[in-house]
Design a protein around this ligand. Structure first.
Ligand code: G1P
Length: 275
């Protein structure tokens, strides 16, 4: 097993129903925060964490994501002819040389765990990262994926990025069962009732996982929401003492909701203005 994390999985098959009509023909992952698509922020974070293989688990209506990360020689040529070198370079460098994109189809949407399982062949037998582009992360350098990769290198255990969530909103997340000592955890409960939440530590959409998670995913049945949940598979590994957490460094916006998306856009726009 290669202990360096080179591959990242991006589940991008969701319909984005909360953003209709914007997402009727356009993938929600291409909605821009200011001028850059959500998915590109996540891809840049992965690359900053040392990832060189990007595995997108896509579905119907997602072809524009492939186009976004593909070369566009015609556009580059037109921009250069007009003397717009900076824009031409930007278009060219969306995916740096040496980074490869792989697209895998998720034919049926059976849950996040199922989406990750669809990437099994592309991932192979090495540990890998998972990034949910809906979780927009900012103000962490070089990035949360880099933090998880570093923590994995130190212990060889799966890593979850977590943040504190107080109050009823905790029931929207996978919630950590802490062991009281260090970074190790003893469980992860997907979307518990707020009154049953085992802690105020919510798992956010960044993970580094060992490849034995695939076998665990194959063995579990539908959980919360009738879906195959990644958190349920991680829970099984956590009970065996194989999972650790890293506290989120930076800020996170839930871009799966319109309110979170608007807040992220406003925040990013102000941040750019102040630079
Ligand atoms: C998913 C995961 C959940 C996690 C959350 C973070 O839920 O299942 O464990 O806390 O992402 O954003 P979703 O928000 O896709 O329902």
């Amino acid at each position: 097993m290669d202990t360096k994390i080179r591959k990242a999985v991006f589940p991008v098959a969701g319909f984005g129903t909360r953003f209709l009509p914007a997402t009727k023909a356009m993938p929600k992952e291409l909605l821009p925060i200011v001028d850059k698509p959500l998915i590109q922020y996540a891809v840049e974070e992965a690359i900053a964490g040392g990832i060189d293989t990007l595995i997108f688990v896509t579905g119907r209506n997602k072809r524009a994501i492939e186009d976004h990360f593909d070369a566009n020689h015609e556009l580059e040529t037109i921009l250069r002819a007009k003397g717009k070198e900076a824009q031409a370079e930007m278009v060219r460098n969306i995916i740096p040389t040496g980074v490869e994109c792989i697209f895998v189809r998720q034919a049926e949407q059976l849950g996040l765990g199922h989406a990750v399982l669809c990437a099994e062949r592309a991932v192979g037998g090495d540990p890998f990262a998972v990034l949910l582009a809906d979780d927009f992360l900012t103000e962490s350098e070089p990035g949360v994926t880099a933090d998880l990769v570093q923590a994995f290198a130190a212990s060889g255990k799966s890593q979850l990025s977590v943040m504190e969530v107080d109050g009823p909103d905790i029931s929207k997340y996978g919630v950590v069962v802490p062991n009281g000592l260090g970074a190790g955890i003893v469980g992860l409960v997907e979307k518990p009732d707020a009154s049953d939440a085992p802690s105020n530590l919510a798992s956010i959409g960044r993970y580094v996982l060992t490849p034995d998670i695939f076998q665990t995913l194959r063995g579990i049945s539908a959980g919360s929401g009738g879906e195959i949940q990644l958190a349920d598979a991680i829970n099984i590994h956590a009970r065996k003492g194989l999972v650790e957490t890293v506290l989120l460094n930076g800020r996170r916006f839930d871009c799966g909701s319109v309110a979170g998306f608007v807040a992220a856009s406003t925040h990013e726009f102000a941040l750019r203005g102040s630079r």
